[in-house]
Write a protein that binds this ligand. Structure first.
Ligand code: NAP
Length: 312
């Protein structure tokens, strides 16, 4: 069996950036683009509409279009792309082994860029209006909600942070929380409570996203104590109920933190297994931006190149 120099798992900004750097360093990378998001590789940007904060695109561009460009650039330098989910890995000895179903692949090094997923409510209408009112990233989409009425769901630090950020654009932000006590730190709570544009709706859960077929127009909400239901008019729904890293297949193979994110040596892409590197949101629960994912994907490629050179 051929032993690849490097296998890259994941096809978001981190994976493709790692591929461009590895390919240009003549490492002939083999990249696996996963099919998790409804058969769509490309990571979370596939669920975004306009991306305005990636430097170099002054007019902005749509998330899926951006991922096509990332991919085209990786292919231009002869990255080989397999449209398969990696379902199992064995990092216990080298060469490393990864499997897509029954098919085994071997590599001297592996770069993990499998990303993370925002948690969704899984209520009717939510998926239909994603990118058309429903979002899980205020930094990405908040700008499109100038003078709009927005709802943020969640009671943690992310919800407070997103709500405060959204008041830059929105006329009003309502934080809906399923309990009457916030999980967020006191300082973040205070910042939200002191913000005149933010209101709280306690003991409230969203049961449906309503829309006119094109965009979201409101929500069906339910009081978690009384069970009472009503409709709530809103132009936007931002979910801040946590993220989940895509690390299920790496459990027991490489060190993860308690939330399941890959642990990397600070300031590098080195995981706990020598020869296995990580880039993008799979190892980052703080920044979570396309540009930071691309940056850490680049770091992973450079670290891999240096490590492989050291092996030779
Ligand atoms: P989190 O702390 O886990 O909070 C998630 C919130 O969403 C909780 O309030 C939870 O409600 C709610 N929730 C979960 N599932 C829900 C569902 N199905 N329906 C309705 N509500 C649901 O997540 P996070 O806010 O993303 O923060 C993650 C970590 O990053 C934390 O450690 C946080 O401190 C950190 N963080 C820090 C900063 C900062 O310091 N600037 C900013 C962002 C995040 P319950 O409370 O009822 O469980």
């Amino acid at each position: 069996m051929d032993v690849e120099k490097v296998i890259i798992i994941g096809s978001g900004p981190a994976g493709y950036t790692a591929a461009v750097y590895c390919a240009r360093a003549e490492m002939a990378p083999l990249l696996f683009e996963g099919q998790q998001l409804g058969g769509q590789p490309g990571g979370q940007l596939m669920l975004t509409t306009e991306v305005d904060n990636f430097p170099g695109f002054p007019e902005g561009l749509m998330g899926p279009e951006m991922m096509e460009k990332f991919k085209a650039q990786a292919v231009r330098f002869q990255t080989r792309i397999e449209s398969k989910d990696i379902t199992r890995v064995d990092f216990s000895k080298r060469p490393f082994k990864v499997w897509a179903g029954e098919t085994e692949y071997q590599a001297q090094s592996v770069i993990i860029c499998t990303g993370a997923q925002a948690m969704w409510l899984n209520v009717p209408g939510e998926e239909k209006y994603q990118g058309h009112g429903v979002s899980a990233c205020a930094t990405c989409d908040g700008f499109f909600f100038r003078d709009k009425n927005i709802v943020v769901v969640g009671g943690g630090d992310s919800a407070m942070e997103e709500a405060n950020f959204l008041t830059k654009f929105a006329s009003k932000v309502t934080i809906m929380h399923r309990r009457e006590e916030l999980r967020a730190s006191k300082i973040m709570q205070k910042r939200s409570m002191d913000n005149p544009k933010i209101e709280f709706l306690w003991n409230t859960s969203v049961t449906e996203v309503m829309g006119d077929g094109e965009k979201m127009t409101g929500l069906k909400i339910k009081n978690t104590k009384t069970g009472e239901e009503e409709e709530f008019r809103a132009d936007g729904l931002f979910l801040a109920i946590g993220h989940k890293p895509n690390t299920g297949i790496f459990k027991g193979q490489v060190d993860l933190d308690e939330a399941g994110y890959l642990l990397v040596k600070p300031g590098s892409s080195l995981t706990s297994v020598e020869g296995v590197f990580a880039g993008g949101d799979v190892a980052d629960h703080v920044y979570r931006q396309a540009i930071t994912a691309a940056g850490t994907g680049c770091m992973a490629a450079l670290d891999t190149e240096r490590w492989l050179a050291g092996q030779e």
